[in-house]
Design a protein around this ligand. Sequence first.
Ligand code: CP
Ligand code: NVA
Length: 307
Amino acid sequence: MGALIGRDLLSMSDLTTDELHGLLNLAAELKSGKIHLKCQKILGLLFYKASTRTRVSFSAAMYRLGGQVLDLNPSVTQVSRGEPLIDTARVLDRYLDIVAIRTFDQRDLETFASYTDIPVINALTDLEHPCQVLADLQTIQESFNTLAGTTLTYVGDGSNNMAHSLLLGGALAGMNVRIAAPSGYQPLDEIVQKAKVLGSDRSEITITTDPIAAVEGAQVIYTDVWASMGQENTAESRIPVFQPYQVNEDLMSHADQSAIVLHCLPAHRGEEITDGVIEGRQSRVWDQAENRMHAQQALIASLLGVE
Ligand code: CP
Ligand code: NVA
């Protein structure tokens, strides 16, 4: 994994297929306890949005590596008093060894990374959530022993960070990715085109408004909230638009009996997914959440060159 040393992970498309498989193999080895890696580095967490899984799994991963974590809550730093991002970036670059950032605009993440030499990790932006997808792919590989050739159907808001990173990550892994979303909530064309290039002839990308046709024959059914962080003021008006895209028992009856269900969490039970499905036999959401820690431990170790 030497090629990843010192690099940033701002988008899922920053990885090659080989690098993605290398990370997933390392994550599996770390999870099995076959290998133990150690480092004495410092990870900074700069989160402008709420987080349970990402914050805690990054912290746990770094502590398990023997490193330290600094939680740089923007509200108690000079960031909240308007210190420019590019100044904050240059200063933090002198103190930290690696930083994970959760923010709104992907361009802010890119600006931050352009002013630092340390690795910068996208811990979620409005555009992408690549660390979640590393854990998602690890979970799918655990279920089916392969990624290439499997079909993942994402049902819900196709214009959000999860849909975008699943398109790119699925394509990189040679999976078929179907997005079933209402019109007006479909993925950015720029991301769809990028996914088609990354997947070349190994991966089929389908964008549709028909959730039933999209789940037929798929091995993985995936959903996420209908209103993402920052979109709370449109949450009510989205409910009737997204109701036909609820992952419920009826929709699952059109999917394979052996299909698994994933959700990045937090879930709004009764909206994008029913209690019965998230608690049902096909759900793998708790393994998926656990894998955040293993996948990110592999990522941190690879970006820092820990052996
Ligand atoms: N899935 C995920 O990123 O969860 P958090 O928002 O709790 O970090
Ligand atoms: N799309 C969701 C993902 C949360 C992990 C959001 O951005 O709020």
